[in-house]
Design a protein around this ligand. Structure first.
Ligand code: TRP
Ligand code: ZN
Length: 874
């Protein structure tokens, strides 16, 4: 297919250039005829000149449209069409513009606009896909009421869906049928959706708090109905939760979810007609893991929550993306925490933030949660906009409290329902409801980079006081011409005694607002141990010069589970980084007995502390997170050090791991409950440690678990542990991989797991395995899920992707170039694998630069990829 190329169109779009639209489109009437020769779209737009703006011609957006006719109020009209604009000069202040275009969804490989997946047709319009369907003002501040009629072959496409309510349907004489849908709500075109296909449906209903009945439906590929009930239950729970927590009721008569196997992202909140990646709908205990079940809960909730935060109140332009995404992620996180396990939910949120967002914020694609410029908006659906955006919303709640936050949400909807607004509007509603002054806080929206807060503690016996001095720096903002302004940082703290008790009255939320600031605690009788950044109250790096004994004490006694966990992560981080240095210098690493003892205590206290928590606490920080802390990353030494610590723990605690493994068996029938999931998680952590010993007995144990498991969580955990075995021969590994594929080759989502477990293996032969798998029938070079599982996951395999000979980089460059004109969005995500290349030694940098230049110099490179690689090189 043909796509916009960098050479023809790569202007930089800037927030400061925003101007309101010169025209409004009040109603849209679409007639869509799907046929083998292409799809014909007739659009009738009710136009109204925006009287508040200077008079301007109408300039509509389009891409790859074959224009058949343009009329105004029924009369042919002169117009000027370029590949991406349609200009009509002379128009009355109100009129109806009708365009007829032909599009080719069967040739649409970028999965934006209307496209074919298997035997059905689906749409994806966010951010700018609607222009690939018809000429339009493709911007979120233009909101319209839609009526849509779909026509297609009745036998091949019995299901015809669009946003809103079905109002009429019928048959033509040629074997085709039609259906008309009306969406009563004004919406921006990015929320438009249609679906045509042969789909099975699971139906249900939900009665809202005010007594309205909503028809619920989940549409899936035939044969998959038995994998829908979990998503349906998640939908109903989300609807209930949003009423209880935020007083928000569903405004729709019909709420539909459609699952599709070819989808660039997770899911899409189209009004009343969500379209989902199958990955976030389909689940059954034998094919989905505990983590999959939990992710489905959160993504279903996320898209449902968008109905208020995103759809009823939407974004003025795409720079405001975090207005809806950060807020909606915060909401789905809170829902997940209430539904599952609040303590481990928070730990996992921080783990992903540190693994994905901190590196992004330190690299070439760093941007504030509200970017100020972009070349391709699709490149800004990032961990920063989503995950850091959610942290910023969470800080607002921390600063003003939960009740004021709820009042602020109420005020936000009271002021802005039906509007397209900005992040300032959201914060102003919060300010109005709370009286809090957010002027300094707004810097979180404007400055990129992860701030670093360095804390010093000083105990004064004479005055019986303890002083915390906090200094904040922002390495990223400090390259800016003007001195980086300090953030307002909520820092939750508490003080502990040497005996591990929380000092009464010492729990506070400090408001850091200056570069450097001191806070005094009175009536302190002995040097306390401060616990800082409890519950991860701000997205920062926090430095305090803890002794290992202090961290060990916090790990054992801190009542805030996040900070207990983080104390353990700090201990392990220090050991691994020291060991990496030793290994690089040819010395043997040293593992203190105290750390082993702390881990032993965790295992012994799992009943009190909860299996889920202990599983998290025994999981060492990831290589990517650790790499961020090294001035020059030595991936081989880091990898060796981390694995050596795992092996050391396995050898020292073999009896404990084996004992818990035996004790934690889940006897009840499988349920994806927090309690069962916690037990399985810890049991599988034990298994993975046991395999570090290389003893054949444990490989046998894993093989047995693999064979006898009645659920995917346990089966896959055994497979993953075996796939990571590096000392050959390991016949159990070969056997499990072969059996898994044979058994699951017809379940696409399980095949993704099979690909990913191989691409993320630490084995030295991983790249050659991945290369071979690109030619395997299991792989499909056009399917995003397959590409993410095999290629992007390899890019996140630190030690293998960053191989010293540059082979990983060369491979990734090939894949990016192979994909860039077929699916620029996904190719661009692959190109992000190179982000941190400048953190490595000069040898690796030379290879990475060569690979990046090869991509960059490719003629006609998609601008999505061009933006990423030119920022990486620049
Ligand atoms: N708005 C979607 C969400 O966060 C994200 C999304 C789905 C998307 N598909 C996309 C963004 C395609 C860009 C392109 O729920
Ligand atoms: Zn979203």
């Amino acid at each position: 297919m043909k796509t916009d190329t960098a050479a023809t169109t790569a202007p930089t779009i800037r927030l400061q250039d925003y101007t309101p639209p010169a025209w409004w489109i009040d109603t849209v009437n679409l007639d869509i005829v799907i046929a083998d020769t292409g799809t014909t779209v007739t659009a009738r737009l009710a136009l109204r000149r925006n009287a508040d703006q200077p008079r301007q011609p109408l300039v509509l957006d389009g891409a790859e449209l074959d224009t058949l006719s343009v009329t105004v109020d029924g009369q042919p009209t002169p117009f000027l069409a370029t590949p991406d604009t349609l200009t009509v000069e002379q128009l009355p202040d109100t009129c109806t513009l009708t365009t007829v275009v032909r599009i080719q969804p069967d040739q649409n490989t970028c999965l934006s606009g209307l496209y074919r997946s298997k035997d059905g047709y689906f749409t994806q319009c966010e951010a700018q896909g609607f222009r690939r369907i018809t000429w339009f003002l493709d911007r979120p501040d233009v909101m319209s009421v839609y009526t849509v009629t779909l026509h297609a072959d009745k036998a091949r496409f019995p299901v015809l869906l669009a946003n809103g309510n079905p109002v009429a349907a019928g048959e033509h004489t040629d074997g085709t049928h039609w259906a008309t849908w009306q969406d009563p709500f004004k919406k921006p075109c990015y929320l438009f959706a249609v679906v045509a296909g042969k789909l099975d449906v699971l139906k249900d209903t939900f009665r809202t708090a005010s007594g309205r009945e909503v028809q619920l439906a989940i549409y899936v590929e035939p044969g998959k109905l038995d994998q829908c009930p979990h998503a349906m239950a998640a939908l109903k729970k989300s609807m209930q939760w949003d009423e209880e927590r935020f007083g928000l009721e569903c405004d729709l008569d019909h709420y539909m979810i459609v699952a599709v196997g070819d989808f660039n992202m997770g899911a899409m909140e189209n009004k009343g007609l969500n379209i989902f990646n199958t990955k976030y709908v389909l689940a059954r205990p034998d094919v989905a893991t505990d983590v999959d079940f939990e992710n489905i809960d959160r993504v279903v909730a996320h898209e449902y929550f968008h109905n208020w935060t995103g759809n009823r109140v939407t974004c003025r332009e795409w720079f405001q993306l975090s207005l809806k995404e950060g807020l909606t992620v915060f909401r789905d996180q809170e829902f997940g925490a209430d539904l599952h396990n609040r303590q481990t939910a928070r730990i996992r949120e921080v783990r992903t933030l540190r693994a994905a967002q901190f590196p992004e914020d330190a690299g070439p694609m760093a941007h504030p949660i509200r970017p100020e410029s972009y070349i391709e908006i699709n490149n800004f659906y990032t961990a920063t906009v989503y995950e850091k955006g959610a942290e910023v919303i969470r800080m607002i709640q921390t600063l003003i409290g939960r009740d004021a936050f709820r009042a602020g949400m109420d005020e936000y909807f009271r002021r802005h329902d039906g509007q397209a607004v900005t992040c300032e509007d959201f914060v102003a509603a919060m300010a109005a409801a709370s009286g809090f002054d957010f002027s300094q806080f707004m810097r979180w929206y404007k400055q990129p980079g992860t701030p670093r807060v360095t804390v010093d503690g000083h105990f004064d016996a004479e005055s019986r006081s303890y002083t915390l001095t906090c200094t904040q720096t922002n390495p990223k903002a400090s390259d800016a011409a003007n001195n980086p302004a300090p953030y307002l940082i909520p820092l939750r703290v508490a003080l502990f005694s040497e005996a591990g008790t929380l000092l009464p009255g010492s729990e506070r939320t400090l408001h850091l607002s200056a570069h450097s600031q001191s806070f005094v605690f009175d009536h302190i009788d002995a040097e306390p141990i401060p616990s800082l950044l409890r519950d991860f109250s701000a997205p920062v790096y926090l430095d305090f010069d803890y002794t290992p004994d202090q961290l060990t004490l916090l790990l054992a006694h801190e009542s805030d589970p996040f900070n207990a966990w983080d104390a353990g992560q700090r201990l392990a981080t220090r050991l691994i980084l020291d060991a990496a240095e030793a290994i690089a210098a040819g010395r043997a690493p040293h593992w203190p007995e105290a750390f082993v003892a702390a881990c032993r205590r965790l295992l012994q206290t799992q009943a009190e502390r909860g299996s889920a928590f202990v599983a998290e606490a025994l999981t060492l920080p990831g290589e990517g997170t650790l790499a961020e802390l090294m001035p020059v990353v030595d991936p081989d030494a880091l990898h060796a050090a981390r694995n050596a610590l795992r092996r050391h723990l396995a050898e020292q605690l073999e009896g404990e791991f084996a004992g818990l493994y035996a004790a934690l068996t889940v006897a009840e029938p499988y349920a994806p409950s927090a309690e069962q999931a916690g037990r399985r998680a810890l049991r599988n952590v034990c298994l993975a440690y046991l395999l570090e010993t290389d003893a054949d007995a444990y490989r046998q144990l894993a093989a047995t678990q693999f064979r006898t498991a009645d659920n995917m969580t346990d089966q896959f955990a055994a497979l993953a542990a075996l796939a990571n075995v590096t000392t050959d021969p390991c016949p159990q590994r070969e056997q499990a991989l072969a059996d898994f594929y044979t058994r699951w080759q017809h379940e696409a989502l399980v095949v993704d797991k099979w690909l990913q477990v191989q691409s993320t293996s630490r084995r030295a032969d991983t790249l050659s395995t991945v290369r071979a798998l690109t030619a395997h029938p299991a792989f499909d070079a056009g399917n995003p899920n397959k590409i993410y599982a095999l290629i992007r996951a390899f890019g996140a395999n630190l030690v293998r992707f960053h191989a010293a000979d540059g082979s990983g980089y060369a491979f990734m460059a090939e894949r990016v170039l192979d994909l860039q004109d077929k699916n620029p969005q996904v190719a661009s995500r692959l190109a992000r694998s190179f982000d941190r290349w400048k953190q490595f030694d000069t040898g690796r940098q030379a290879h990475a630069r060569a690979a990046l230049e090869r991509i960059c110099n490719h003629p006609g490179l998609a601008r999505d990829v061009l933006e990423v690689v030119s920022r990486a090189l620049g």
